[in-house]
Design a protein around this ligand. Structure first.
Ligand code: BGC
Ligand code: IFM
Length: 817
């Protein structure tokens, strides 16, 4: 069942009912100011950091779901309704929510009064703009009242949701005309405040929640709306809100447009303005002056649209498959931008208080983002590297505002260091900008301990090379990519079982997955050394990599697939010898992507890698994608940790983790299996699952972290949409491994691996400033193999197009066969 449709021309998903199976959301904002907005206008806003600088309050896990947003109440006679249906939930005569790239539009009507609400964050200002247009479609005059409503958060969202004894006394607001200022915290020498304003005279306002809503009412029935007027309340502590009341009359056919702006403002840290509680309104005045008219708003909206058109032009395809086109050209790249901006901090399932930026997460997000805005990717790499420890290990997370490592979580996830190589190598392949390697970066943000980025990469590699266990495989530490495989954990204390501190924290458990990473990213590191003419280092690295490859074949091969790990007692994990958890997806994908076991056999039997992938297909594949492991754990195992704490089929216990499905798809292309690679790609791809939205439940335009596996009663149900490394990996998989447009250090390589029934496709790729028009001809109907390449009509040997900065455009014709 569908709850809307894709509008590819406008690059929108159009939702046709407010009652979607879960809130279907969008992100507004490109750089610093962000809002989440659902298809019922729920959500919240923050500046830079969802924990430390949150503007509006949101109630996660609320009932009814998705409470608090930017709400507009329209009261005509006894009828009260909202353009986004919530919170009043009055049935609407018509409703539509269009989520576009960085904006959302609602169009709804009640009793022939039409409301169009456009919400977006402009490219160059720290605010959310709501343009509300009301039109009278009757032939009689309409008279009605409009109330806006937002609820302020007291900035630090963690404190806001826990420290009530203090917070109920700190809230402060100020009102001047149609502008409401939220200035809580201003007294404590902080220089920020929020502003919520409308470009129209108001008949009244409220800033106290108790006054507007009523202590025992709910946002579904605010007492001010019921009465038909606000009371001019000024909040002193408790819960500051902002509501404007505007009385409107519309003649038949007439419209009125109102511009509401929710903005973040900062004062210069200047003594003049630091008198207690007195804010300098100039930044707000300047901001609001830019959005006083509909024309100004529409100009900013056009700028946003142009911004996205330019960004997405970096990679566009035309194939015969519309669902593939819309994912590649629009939604997958869009989600890559969102994951780059948010890491794993703020979604409808990540509260913004927890993870912040993840070291491994943000490094992987770069893979799908680097072609969009390389300059921002560059800065991100340097920020991440600056949190690394001198021994090459890393804080697992850092706070976006302060850019400092999170000490509560600390380090010890032993895959982390190698992801820094992965992200940096992707940046170098995209840009050819080797100067980044010379950039000085601190260790652990300590100005006295600094080294060029290249040294950080070296330490990443060396960390793994020098932390091996009894089988010569890399030590897993607290966990590797699979956060929940906690093999060094012994504590039987409830609630402490996932901690790996204490006397039993032996440095013993090993990871075959990290071994695969070491081979893959070790080779990429060697390529960087090679480009820098560090020949000795390159050779030494390649020697280590070759030794690890051998170790994997000796100690990491179970007979039909790669083992997952060895636990702290040196028992295998992910082996036929195990009762449950016999085979895991991660090492099959990573080891084959790394090229381990891919050598062709002399007798023509399948290679080791091919056997591993066949085992994946036979044992782990389902109609909704590949599950993490099988059989699922049915009981809790203290020696395995959190993984076995989930019921079978959910999350890391045999759920379909969308993130590593593309690893298998990429791995299949390494073996030349284009049809299978694309089949795997499609299974988790949202556009192909749109028809089953009642089962998958999450947004059909973005990936979710996981879908319930076959052992779960709700097989196929999606969870935790938006913030997942899936976005970056699937984009890498489809754009580079399947469609085969591969940036390398030397230039673009074209090496497709596609289903044999495709006849061909075209791709426009802007790469290092040159626009490549690429045509792939597959009239031979093969899965892989390039028969010929011409560049601007000239034949080229091999698949690499040497980079020529002198060109503006480049026409590439590739014939497969
Ligand atoms: C996993 C969660 C887990 C957490 C522990 C996350 O990455 O998805 O299931 O509870 O890590 O740190
Ligand atoms: O690898 C992790 C990621 O860092 C956060 N989400 C879950 C993944 C698997 O545990």
């Amino acid at each position: 069942m569908k709850f809307g449709y894709f509008d590819d021309v406008n690059k929108e998903y159009v939702i046709t009912t407010p009652k979607t199976p879960l809130p279907w959301i969008n992100y507004l904002g490109t750089q610093d100011f962000f809002s989440l907005i659902s298809n019922t206008a729920g959500g919240y806003s923050f500046y830079k950091d969802a924990k430390l600088l949150r503007l509006t309050r949101y109630r996660y896990n609320n009932s009814p779901m998705d409470q608090n947003g930017r709400y507009y109440y329209i009261k005509e006679g006894d009828t009260v309704w909202n353009p986004g249906w919530q919170p009043v939930q009055t049935p609407l005569d018509s409703y539509q929510c269009r989520h576009g790239l960085g904006y959302t539009v609602f169009e709804s009507s009640k009793n022939s009064l039409n409301a169009k609400l456009l919400a977006f964050v402009p490219v160059h200002d720290n605010c959310e703009i709501n343009l509300l247009t009301l039109t009278n479609y009757t032939d009689a005059e309409k008279e009605f009242d409009l109330f806006s409503y937002i609820e302020f958060c007291l900035w630090n969202a963690a404190d806001d949701s826990s420290n009530f004894q203090r917070n109920f006394s700190t809230g402060e607001v100020e009102v001047a005309g149609s502008t409401i200022y939220h200035k809580t915290e201003y007294r404590e020498r902080r220089n920020h405040y929020a502003v919520y304003s409308v470009n129209h005279p108001v008949n009244g306002f409220d800033t106290s929640r108790d006054a507007f809503i009523g202590l025992y009412n709910s946002p579904a029935d605010p007492q001010a709306v019921r009465k038909g007027f606000c009371s001019g309340s000024i909040a002193h502590g408790w819960a500051p809100v902002a509501s404007h009341h505007i009385h409107l009359k519309l003649r038949p056919g007439d419209s009125v447009s109102l511009v509401f702006v929710l903005g973040y403002c900062e004062n210069p840290k200047d003594k003049k303005f630091s008198a207690p509680g007195v804010i300098n309104k100039e930044p707000a005045d300047r901001l609001l002056a830019r959005y006083q008219t509909t024309e100004q708003v529409m100009a900013a909206f056009q700028e946003l649209k142009d911004y996205w058109t330019t960004l997405l032009s970096a990679y566009t395809i035309q194939t015969e498959d519309v669902r593939l086109n819309r994912m590649v050209n629009i939604w997958n790249q869009y989600q890559c931008m969102v994951t780059f901006n948010m890491s794993r901090s703020a979604s409808y399932y990540e509260s913004g208080l927890g993870r912040g930026m993840g070291f491994r997460d943000s490094c992987q997000d770069l893979l799908g983002f680097v072609h969009l805005i390389p300059e921002r990717a560059r800065q991100r790499i340097l920020d991440i590297a600056a949190t690394q420890f001198p021994d090459g290990s890393a804080y697992h997370q850092y706070q976006p505002l302060t850019k400092r490592g999170n000490m509560d979580v600390g380090s010890g996830f032993n895959d982390d260091p190698l992801w820094l190589i992965a992200g940096t190598a992707a940046y170098l392949r995209e840009t050819g900008d080797f100067s980044i390697l010379e950039e000085p970066c601190t260790f652990d943000n300590d100005a006295d301990s600094t080294a060029p980025l290249m040294e950080h990469l070296r330490r990443s590699f060396q960390y793994t090379a020098t932390h091996k266990g009894p089988h010569g495989l890399p030590l897993i530490g607290r966990a590797d990519w699979n956060d929940c495989l906690n093999l060094n954990c012994f504590s039987e204390e409830p609630g402490e079982s996932f901690q790996t501190t204490g006397p039993n924290d032996g440095p013993v458990a090993e990871s075959v997955f990290i071994a695969g990473m070491f081979v893959k990213y070790g080779r990429e590191y060697a390529e960087i050394c090679d480009a820098l003419r560090l020949d000795d280092e390159r050779d030494a690295v390649l020697k280590e990599v070759a030794a690890m490859e051998e170790t994997v074949m000796d100690a990491g091969w179970d007979g039909d697939w790669f083992l997952r790990a060895y636990d702290a007692m040196s028992n295998p994990v992910g082996s036929k010898l195990c009762e449950e958890g016999q085979i895991f997806i991660e090492p099959q994908g990573m080891c084959v992507m790394a090229g381990i076991g891919t050598d062709i056999t002399e007798d023509g039997s399948p290679s080791t890698a091919a056997r591993a992938l066949r085992s994946v297909e036979e044992r782990l594949d389902t109609r909704y994608g590949i599950i993490l492991q099988t059989p699922a754990y049915t009981t809790y195992h203290v020696e395995l940790g959190e993984i076995s704490s989930y019921p079978p089929g959910y999350k890391e216990n045999a759920g379909i983790f969308c993130h590593n499905n593309p690893w298998i798809s990429c791995a299949e292309t390494v073996l030349g299996h284009g049809s299978r690679a694309f089949e795997v790609f499609k299974k988790t791809c949202p556009a192909y699952l749109e028809d089953q939205s009642e089962i998958r439940r999450t947004e059909p335009y973005v990936y979710c972290q996981m879908m319930a596996g076959r052992d779960a009663p709700t097989h196929g149900e999606g969870k935790n949409s938006w913030l997942t490394g899936t976005a970056a990996w699937t984009f890498t998989c489809i754009s580079q491994y399947i469609l085969g447009i591969q940036p390398t250090l030397q230039g673009l390589r074209i090496n497709p691996c596609i289903p044999s029934d495709w006849s061909g496709y075209t791709c426009r790729r802007i790469y290092r400033g040159v626009s490549y028009d690429i045509t792939i001809d597959n009239s031979a109907h093969v899965e892989s193999g390039v028969a010929s390449v011409t560049v601007d009509g000239q034949p080229v040997t091999g698949t690499l197009i040497p980079f020529d900065a002198g060109k503006k455009t480049c026409k590439v014709e590739v014939v497969l066969g």
